[in-house]
Design a protein. Structure first.
Length: 552
């Protein structure tokens, strides 16, 4: 697939954003109005209109020389869960989602058709934060309380005895810390999930962010509704899933995605007023469970005929898109859109094993990501393939910054990528050297269309049980080189092999008939995991780790 012809991203269908949404925005103003003073309405939560008047046009020289950077990470968003056809061809899944702001951004940015993350959230988020593969940083599962195991078990296998259940290892260099040293104002808003309860990594400020809005140890909210205090409904004391720092919104009808977006944009205002370049890590808790309606979007999707589960899910996707639209509108109003690079992605494949409604194909569990197999938590493509889009917030060919870091417009890039690539790529955009010993590659040559990436293998490592004990949701590791993907399942010792160029749905296991392909891939994966001192599952019979083994 890496040698496939580069395609042009297809135009999106007409989409709607309900005008009554708190984050509904008008089309971005023209170039002339961007340089005018802007009166910005932050919102009308709890009936109080918040208005900030800012002078557009720049700030000091440092703001002119360095690009602003936005990493927009949606939780659990599947490869096809938007109206942008990251596959290159729009299908039935795109028809049920409405993301006009993402589609508009895609028209002048570069979308990736073969981008990947790990199959669950914290490993991917730490890889974005550090540029290290999950096998190297050791946090191979989602975190919450380091004293209580989050991994499930199989009949024969228990969780790895030495995985990093605390999350981020203190002292590991991070993206925000490196950017802060370059002079950036670093802002986190939304889901963090970098470290477990009671660890330093639970606070985004400890990993290099100047500002933390609503980020903590938990990877999901108790509720998206302010009327429940963003906690599990009915609780009399604050639980571990309660989103912190938003008490002034409690008891209102505000939605979590809207609140974190508005506060993030206020922090952007402050950075621009201060004349500093900013790095914004905008990470909505959506579309993670609990699947709760984001009104008025949900009613719109019910009227379109989606069942309640999928109406709620589609409304959460629409709310995230409205957040992206509000961000772009604010950047334009502040006069900094031409100087702001946006990376949009997800932290793992789309949820499909449970909690969802009827898929676009009329099925239930494991059908929401078709033709990809299974979903979040799985070894198969439905668990790891994610949307990835890179674009300047406002394309301006005459911009010195955009000439220095060009991004192809409206194209679809087939080269396989992985989440740790975002670390060196964003550093490169800021003119910051990446540290030695990382696993990610700088995507700048691909973005500009100047050169291919060096030949490499992508490694996925999940020696845990995330959810259901079936199919690809078992402890596994896998390797991808070119169109070939080899998977090892630890409980059975089984190896599988797929040619993704011919079999994207991973239905035809070629391990028996293409040993000539399987054995080199298996050897490479074994050597790589052992070299990285990756944690392996615990064999219940022996009490020792059960390491990866070559095919028999």
């Amino acid at each position: 697939m890496s040698g496939a012809r580069r395609a042009t991203l297809p135009a999106d269908r007409a989409m709607c954003t309900p005008a009554s949404s708190p984050l509904a925005v008008a089309p971005a103003p023209g170039r002339r109005s961007r340089r005018a003073a802007a009166r910005i309405v932050l919102g009308s939560l709890a009936g109080a209109a918040l208005v900030l008047v800012v002078a557009a046009g720049g700030g000091p020289r440092a703001q002119e020389e360095l690009p602003n950077l936005v990493l927009f990470v949606v939780d659990d968003l599947g490869w096809q869960d938007t109206s942008v056809a990251f596959s290159g061809t729009a299908g039935p899944f795109q028809e049920r989602f409405e993301t006009p702001h993402l589609a508009a951004l895609a028209r002048h940015g570069l979308a990736f058709s073969d981008a990947h993350a790990q199959c669950v959230c914290t490993p991917s988020r730490l890889s974005m934060l550090t540029g290290l593969s999950s096998a190297r940083h050791g946090c191979t599962n989602w975190v919450l309380d380091p004293a209580r195991e989050t991994s499930g078990e199989t009949t024969a296998l228990g969780p790895p005895p030495r995985w990093e259940a605390r999350g981020w290892r203190e002292g590991t260099p991070t993206l925000p810390a490196r950017l802060a040293a370059r002079g950036y104002r670093t802002i986190h808003a939304g889901k963090a999930h970098f470290g477990g309860l009671g660890t330093k990594g639970a606070d985004p400020r400890a990993v290099g962010f100047d500002v933390n809005i609503a980020g903590h140890a938990a990877g999901a909210p108790g509720s998206y509704q302010a009327r429940h205090g963003f906690d599990e409904p009915g609780r009399t004391t604050r639980g571990p899933w309660a989103v912190p720092g938003l008490e002034r919104f409690h008891g209102t009808e505000a939605h979590l995605t809207d609140v974190t977006t508005e506060l993030a944009l206020a922090a952007v205002n402050a950075a621009v007023e201060e004349g500093r370049p900013f790095y914004l890590h905008l990470a909505p808790y959506a579309v993670h469970t609990p699947l709760e309606p984001h009104e008025p979007f949900a009613q719109h999707f019910r009227a379109r005929g989606l069942d309640e589960g999928e109406a709620r899910y589609a409304s959460m996707v629409a709310g995230v898109d409205a957040s992206l639209g509000a961000l772009r509108a604010r950047l334009a109003a502040l006069g900094v859109a031409e100087r702001t690079l946006i990376v949009f992605t997800s932290d793992n494949g789309g949820l499909s094993a449970h909690a969802r409604g009827t898929s676009a194909t009329g099925g239930g569990a494991d059908t929401h990501n078709l033709p990809l197999r299974e979903g979040k938590g799985s070894a198969y493509e439905g668990g790891t393939r994610v949307p990835l889009l890179v674009a300047w917030a406002d394309p301006a060919p005459e911009s010195a910054l955009q000439r220095r870091f060009p991004v192809r417009a409206g194209a679809l890039e087939p080269t396989p990528t992985i989440c740790e690539d975002l670390f060196p790529t964003l550093l490169a955009a800021a003119g910051v050297a990446a540290p030695a010993g990382i696993d990610g590659l700088d995507l700048a040559p691909l973005l500009a269309g100047r050169a291919p990436l060096p030949e490499r293998a992508l490694v996925f490592h999940y020696p845990h049980v995330w959810g259901p004990q079936r199919g690809g949701y078992q402890p596994h590791s896998s390797i991808r080189r070119g169109p070939w993907k080899a998977i090892h399942f630890y409980a059975t010792g089984r190896w599988e092999l797929y040619d993704l160029a011919q079999d994207l749905g991973e239905r035809h296991d070629l391990a028996a008939e293409r040993r000539d392909v399987l054995l080199p891939l298996a050897r490479e994966l074994c050597e790589r995991l052992h070299a990285l001192a990756a944690p392996f599952p615990r064999d219940k019979a022996t009490g020792e780790e059960r390491p990866i083994r070559l095919p028999g």
